[in-house]
Design a protein around this ligand. Structure first.
Ligand SMILES: Cc1cc2nc3c(=O)[nH]c(=O)nc-3n(C[C@H](O)[C@H](O)[C@H](O)COP(=O)(O)O)c2cc1C
Length: 172
């Protein structure tokens, strides 16, 4: 699968980077970071696009990315996507993904969510965007942070059809 991974906002940016690194070599993957995400992450440049480069391949539907993930997604980026604003590569790529009816997973990260953010999420969910916040699953008992993060990432991958063995599945 050809996958575009975007990281916006700040909190949980490291979780997004971890998820990107866990997408295995069977997939063609690319990373794009917003300026605020860049401030907190040191990234190897070879797989990345510049968020200010609005003419990079994912900006066009013809680049044939099959899936896009925005994790974490700031309320700022969420609002822009919900309003159809395409002012950087992340928001433009999201618009192209929606336009082409391809898979888009957004992991909004804020607490609490205000009504504006909730309305934006509902609007996008009705367009078949997958809204999957980084919510910790407690039903498997208390675990270390690594296990809890892998559960979230594994769930994101499941939703997009990326095969993984990152967490123990519920067996009842
Ligand atoms: C340390 C720090 C943590 C932040 N955490 C969040 C967050 O969890 N969720 C969020 O929506 N914005 C958060 N913000 C605010 C966003 O970074 C800010 O709205 C920024 O304009 C988002 O830009 P972007 O959408 O282009 O990434 C945080 C900012 C800082 C400095």
């Amino acid at each position: 699968m050809k996958i575009l991974f975007a990281i916006s906002g700040a909190s949980a940016a490291s979780l997004g980077l971890k998820a990107f690194n866990l997408i295995d070599g069977d997939h063609e993957k690319y990373l794009v970071l917003s300026d605020s995400a860049k401030k907190v992450l040191k990234i190897e440049e070879n797989l990345t696009f510049d968020n200010n480069d609005i003419s990079a391949p994912p900006a066009s539907g013809s680049a044939m990315f099959e899936a896009m993930i925005i994790a974490p997604c700031s309320m700022n980026t969420l609002a822009k996507i919900a309003c159809g604003i395409s002012d950087n590569l992340i928001t433009r790529s999201a618009a192209a993904t929606i336009k082409e009816k391809r898979k888009l997973l957004i992991a909004p990260r804020e607490l609490p969510f205000d009504p504006i953010a909730l309305e934006n999420m509902l609007k996008l969910a009705r367009l078949n965007v997958i809204i999957a916040p980084p919510a910790i699953a407690y039903y498997a008992g208390k675990k270390d942070i690594e296990t809890l993060e892998n559960q979230i990432i594994g769930k994101w991958f499941d939703l997009l059809g990326i095969k993984n063995d990152l967490y123990s599945r519920w067996r009842g």
